[in-house]
Design a binder for this molecule. Sequence first.
Ligand SMILES: CC(C)(COP(=O)(O)OP(=O)(O)OC[C@H]1O[C@@H](n2cnc3c(N)ncnc32)[C@H](O)[C@@H]1OP(=O)(O)O)[C@@H](O)C(=O)NCCC(=O)NCCS
Length: 160
Amino acid sequence: MSDFCHTSDLIDNLSIRGLQVDDLDAVVSIETLTSVHPWSLAQFHQSIDQSAVLVSELQVLGYTVISTAADEAEIHNIAVAPEFQGRGLGSFLLDHSIGTLPAEILKLYLEVRVSNFTAIRLYTSRRFQKVGERRDYYRTEYGCEDALVMRLDIGPKDRF
Ligand SMILES: CC(C)(COP(=O)(O)OP(=O)(O)OC[C@H]1O[C@@H](n2cnc3c(N)ncnc32)[C@H](O)[C@@H]1OP(=O)(O)O)[C@@H](O)C(=O)NCCC(=O)NCCS
């Protein structure tokens, strides 16, 4: 899996490729900085075939974990390193993930914390729609938090 773009003048030679074992430490350190309940190295290792990394030169800037089954796919994880957020990289990663899904995939699902406004804004801008809610789905420091279930119906225009 590879692609190039010029989404930011500040970041050259951006590409997306499959996650490799050598990337795991970098991915886990981004995960630790961006998630309330970070995935472990073992979890990423188990998901290696479903994962992709966004890299500039040799530096890992972000990643996705997406599973597929029949005509559906699900985003299990997506993140951009904190110092690179807000520059269009999350959008690029998501667009690439959607655009390169196998042709038989018609629906893409995800779950997101109701308070994660940045991620919800990103998903809504990509035409994801709220299709459900899971009460007290996430544990937090203060108790529990609901999840929104969102779905994108994928059409021919979404594919590269
Ligand atoms: C969600 C995430 C991947 C987005 O990555 P990103 O590189 O910041 O995304 P982009 O720069 O492409 O911005 C996407 C949208 O979010 C908005 N946004 C980005 N950073 C923001 C911030 N700090 N505050 C408010 N909005 C913000 C952008 O304006 C953009 O909206 P627009 O297209 O309407 O202008 C990133 O914030 C992240 O890694 N978060 C932590 C992990 C996480 O929450 N993952 C999602 C789990 S469901």
